[in-house]
Design a protein around this ligand. Structure first.
Ligand code: NAD
Ligand code: TYD
Length: 361
């Protein structure tokens, strides 16, 4: 079996669902169930003996040692993290607890387990670290996209914590020989995306008649990949990636934020028009910028294509349409994740006088 950490979050739950839809190899899913973890994402696996869920922390050494010894996975895939940049700006501590300290402890548990394996089991074992393009920092408009050789230059508390954990993974390979793989993916979108991130937030706010808050001038560029393409890339890296290597994952889909929001508005105008006939675009509101906001991310995905033959299946146009349709069909999921804790966060983030300042409506 494989051990997936953070498998109740956005990408992790998509990964577990996709894995079990195409393979019979069981998944041990370890997740702390923070505000971002949601077992409802995995409802489709109820009663499926191939999925074993355990609530717990990657930094709980006793628990991790026990799980590794009793389930004997052939691979550990580390998705568990605090993942939202804005939250990391308001409260960096949790990011370093999980992303750095948690990963350190997880690596120690995994190393201990792996060091006792023998023969083909030891040979075949892999630790896969799911990381982000944000560790590379920000690109100027005319700079080439991030290759795997780009310097590591994180700018936010989130990306600094991810870069630190990636360094730990690298060092555990270099020093102890742990067979690791690291992936750096661009921004994901798709089903089960928590509505604090740009794309789901805009869909949910639009439908709720609320402002669509674009930070600064809205011209920051992100490189978007449909989540299921990220999952297929991770499978491919796990299967055939060279031990110790890093792989960038992206779909050559650079777009400014304002364009993303306009596309969402246009799709909603088509699929669920407002009763007053006015376009959802009228809800766009430019608000104060995020501190230290990275201007542009872009992934050069040539290595994974050339060496592992991976390419995304979705274009942005097909992926965003599927995503908007998913949110329209899953209003119940949205309202259930909008718990009290989530509402408090939204108030702190968007109702502060500076952030609420509307520069253009
Ligand atoms: P998410 O916030 O939706 O999910 C994170 C999951 O980890 C949650 O289920 C949470 O409960 C769990 N978790 C948090 N702390 C934990 C701990 N200490 N122990 C065990 N579980 C814990 O995040 P996501 O968007 O699904 O991202 C998953 C991974 O992919 C992260 O490592 C992130 O850095 C990386 N990544 C995300 C994106 C993106 O666009 N979302 C892009 C590239 C890479
Ligand atoms: P986000 O989804 O938080 O991902 P990341 O910061 O990890 O790239 O944000 C994507 C982009 O959208 C980023 O440039 C910030 C911007 N953004 C807004 O303009 N308004 C918002 O309300 C949010 C959440 C993000």
């Amino acid at each position: 079996m494989i051990l997936v950490t953070g498998g109740a979050g956005f990408i992790g739950s998509n990964f577990v669902l996709d894995w079990l839809a195409t393979r019979d190899e069981p998944v041990l899913n370890l997740d702390k169930l923070t505000y971002a973890g949601n077992l409802e994402n995995l409802q489709g696996l109820e009663g499926d003996g191939r999925h074993v869920f355990v609530q717990g922390d990657i930094g709980d050494t006793e628990l991790m040692d026990h799980l590794l010894a009793s389930h004997r996975p052939r691979a550990v895939l580390n998705f568990a993290a605090e993942s939202h940049v804005d939250r990391s700006i308001r409260g960096p501590e949790a990011f370093f607890q999980t992303n750095v300290q948690g990963t350190l402890r997880l690596l120690q548990s995994v190393r201990e387990y792996w060091s006792r394996l023998e023969g083909p089991q030891r040979q075949g074992f892999r630790f896969l670290q799911v990381s982000t393009d944000e560790v590379y920092g920000s690109l100027a408009p005319d700079e080439p996209a991030f290759s795997e050789l780009h310097r590591i230059e994180p700018n936010s508390p989130y990306s600094a914590s991810k870069a630190a954990s990636d360094h730990l993974v690298r060092a555990w390979h270099h020093t102890y020989g742990l067979p690791v793989l690291t992936t750096h993916c661009s921004n994901n979108y798709g089903p089960f995306h928590f509505p604090e991130k740009l794309i789901p937030l805009m869909i949910v706010n639009a439908l709720g008649g609320k402002p669509l808050p674009l930070y600064g001038d809205g011209r920051q560029v992100r490189d978007w990949l449909y989540v299921k393409d990220h999952c297929s890339a991770i499978c491919r890296v796990l299967e055939a990636g060279r031990v110790g290597d890093t792989y960038n994952i992206g779909g050559w889909n650079e777009k400014p934020n304002v364009e993303i929001v306009e596309v969402i508005c246009d799709l909603l105008d088509e699929l669920r028009p407002r009763s007053d006939g006015v376009s959802y675009r009228s809800q766009i509101a430019f608000v104060s910028d995020r501190p230290g906001h990275d201007r542009r991310y872009a992934i050069d995905a040539r290595k994974i294509e050339k060496e592992l033959g991976w390419r995304p299946a979705e274009s942005f146009e097909t992926g965003i349409r599927k995503t908007v349709r998913w949110y329209l069909s899953n209003a119940g999921w949205v309202s259930r994740v909008q718990s009290g804790a989530y509402r408090e966060w939204m108030q702190a983030q968007y109702a502060a006088p500076a952030a609420a300042e509307t520069l253009r409506q």
